[in-house]
Ligand binder design. Structure first.
Ligand SMILES: C[S@@+](CC[C@H](N)C(=O)[O-])C[C@H]1O[C@@H](n2cnc3c(N)ncnc32)[C@H](O)[C@@H]1O
Length: 208
């Protein structure tokens, strides 16, 4: 089963309309490259986990042992909890700008969270996420690109409707630089476009 299929199977367990909206995400989001960056069998901290579908899909597919998903949206976390498998897979309400669950973690994911934060909070969160990594641990940051501008504008409109928020896109190179400053080894950022959604992925590793 592909990760997209596993994601849709998990989304089908959510109530409508979340199951339809969330079920569309594999069509616009590069899930496979993000998943490929995570160590097989790891426990993963997903910050800004939304409805919990990334962890639930990875776990149902046997790619990870489990993990913890946190999000500030109580309604999203309530739905994520429908997919939980305690004690291996747990979801809880948590603001990413407040103290995070303690580490060390073999893998930390920020998937489409950064652009929802103010720039100073983006920088602080990357530093705090990096500090949670175990030696050899991976920080995978996937976000929406500020270029091309028309794609960023379309994504702004999307988030105005979906999140009622004026989002702040950050450049992958800037985030990669933050990771280097935080002592991580960083692979070259990757980029994709699906429809009008332009994405980047930064994968950083704490030296063993
Ligand atoms: C675009 S959604 C991505 C959800 C999930 N990571 C995914 O890829 O399906 C952005 C998520 O970030 C969450 N979020 C925004 N600001 C946050 C904050 N300050 N703390 C925690 N979560 C936050 C939102 O509630 C939302 O669930």
């Amino acid at each position: 089963m592909s990760l997209a299929q596993a994601w849709r199977a998990q989304a089908a367990r959510l109530p409508a309309p979340a199951r339809w909206i969330q079920g569309l995400r594999p069509a616009i989001c590069p899930l496979e490259p993000l998943a490929a960056a995570l160590p097989a069998g790891a426990r993963v901290l997903d910050i800004g986990c939304g409805h919990g579908l990334l962890l639930a899909a990875l776990r149902s597919d046997g790619r990870i042992a489990g993990g913890l998903g946190v999000d500030c949206d109580a309604r999203a976390v309530e739905r994520a909890q429908l997919l939980a498998q305690p004690p291996e897979l747990v979801f809880q309400i948590q603001d990413a700008t407040a103290p995070l669950p303690p580490g060390p973690w073999p893998a930390v994911v920020l998937c489409d969270l950064l652009h929802h934060l103010a720039p100073a909070d983006q920088r602080a969160l990357v530093r705090r996420a990096a500090a949670l990594l175990a030696p050899g641990g991976v920080l995978a940051i996937k976000d929406m690109a500020p270029r091309p501008r028309w794609c960023a504008l379309m994504n702004r409109c999307h988030d105005l409707v979906m999140a009622r928020q004026w989002v702040r896109h950050q450049h992958a190179a800037v985030v990669a630089g933050w990771c280097v400053d935080d002592g991580l080894a960083v692979a070259a950022p990757q980029a994709w476009r699906a429809w009008w959604y332009a994405h980047w992925l930064v994968v950083a590793r704490r030296p063993a």
